[in-house]
Design a protein around this ligand. Structure first.
Ligand code: AMP
Length: 319
């Protein structure tokens, strides 16, 4: 499959790289690393990274504007379904490739490379580069490293040796200065730290172990943060005793809806969230609801999931 993707990259003069809305470090890193690698290998090609940006991720590189796509190849990274692709219309392109590590949602590309056991889209880009004549340098290696680090929550979600092996090779081969790489990824304004304190102080916990918080525009304004900020700290609420699932509901005035970010250390949550215009990974998912009053429905569904999960775990233990 990687060789088929490479053949298309070699064939096309113009290549557009896209990823999902609500950009995160893995989406950004996988796109930028692949862009840099294609340009390093084929300096004459035109390669564009598209989608709406975020001030937070400028260190990965600049996004591009592009037109006249008729003869272009589109590669979509980290995005399982059409509705979440940022910044392009699929019908504009002559060929489409999907490279993704989310569970399958729908087919939209001519070549679909999906591996939901991979840690991140960045890890798949690393494999694509390793297994084809695409070139790598220290800059590309650094971006891939950050994409992997971010999507695995600093390797906490890596349950096999696969990612560790890939990353240790990358660090040695390109002499990565990890401490320097971390700074732009993890440095954050003091306001966000204060908001994290607010969340910790005000988390509610349901009967069966769902911790949740509703963050209104007023609270975001008080802490001078935007609607994307809470999602950046949700992984810091892992490992709270008796909490299996935790969810942030954040008012997003710009998009006139509520961002829902959910994490789990037990029950599978993504399928339950499809009901709420959402999805994602088994244990890290998101959704969008119309208003904060609807949060109670999501919380109840998640609470039911926790109850079922606990019952199943108990019955397995008693066998
Ligand atoms: P987040 O909580 O926004 O970091 O999202 C966690 C995961 O869920 C990521 O893999 C997202 O791509 C996915 N996700 C977030 N929001 C949605 C949504 N509305 N629909 C489908 N997947 C989502």
């Amino acid at each position: 499959m990687y060789s088929d993707i490479y053949k298309l990259i070699k064939e096309y003069k113009k290549i557009v790289l896209a990823r999902h809305v609500g950009v995160d470090p893995d989406a950004m890193a996988s796109v930028m690393a692949l862009k840099d690698s294609i340009l390093l290998t084929f300096p004459k090609k035109k390669v564009y990274a598209v989608g709406s940006g975020s001030n937070r991720f400028t260190y990965f590189g600049k996004l591009d504007k592009v037109d006249n796509l008729k003869k272009a190849l589109l590669i979509v990274l980290d995005t399982p379904d059409i509705r979440r692709i940022d910044g392009v219309n699929l019908s504009d392109f002559s060929k489409i490739v999907k490279i993704d590590h989310h569970p399958f949602v729908e087919k939209y590309a001519n070549i679909e490379y999906i591996d939901d056991t991979a840690s991140s889209a960045s890890e798949l880009v690393l494999e694509l580069i390793n297994e084809t004549p695409l070139l790598m340098d220290k800059n590309i290696a650094g971006k891939i490293y950050l994409g992997i680090v971010s999507d695995t929550n600093r390797f906490m979600f890596s349950k096999t040796g696969r990612t560790f092996r890939a990353v240790s090779k990358l660090i040695d081969e390109y002499n990565l200065e990890i401490d320097k790489l971390y700074e732009p990824l993890y440095l954050r304004p003091i306001n966000e730290v204060k908001l994290e304190g607010y969340i910790g102080l005000n988390l509610n916990v349901t009967e069966h172990g769902v911790a949740y918080i509703k963050l209104t525009k007023d609270i975001l304004d008080e802490y001078k943060v935007d609607a994307a900020s809470p999602g950046n700290m949700i992984n810091n609420f892992n490992f709270i005793a008796n909490v299996l699932v935790w969810a942030f509901f954040t008012e997003d005035i710009k998009n006139n809806n509520i961002r829902v970010s959910v994490r789990s250390r037990g029950p599978v949550i993504n399928t339950a969230l499809t009901k709420y215009n959402g999805g994602g990974h088994k244990y890290a998912s998101g959704a969008r609801i119309k208003n904060l009053d609807m949060a109670i429905d999501v919380i109840n569904d998640l609470d039911n999931l926790c109850e079922e999960y606990k019952k199943e775990s108990e019955s397995i233990e008693n066998k």
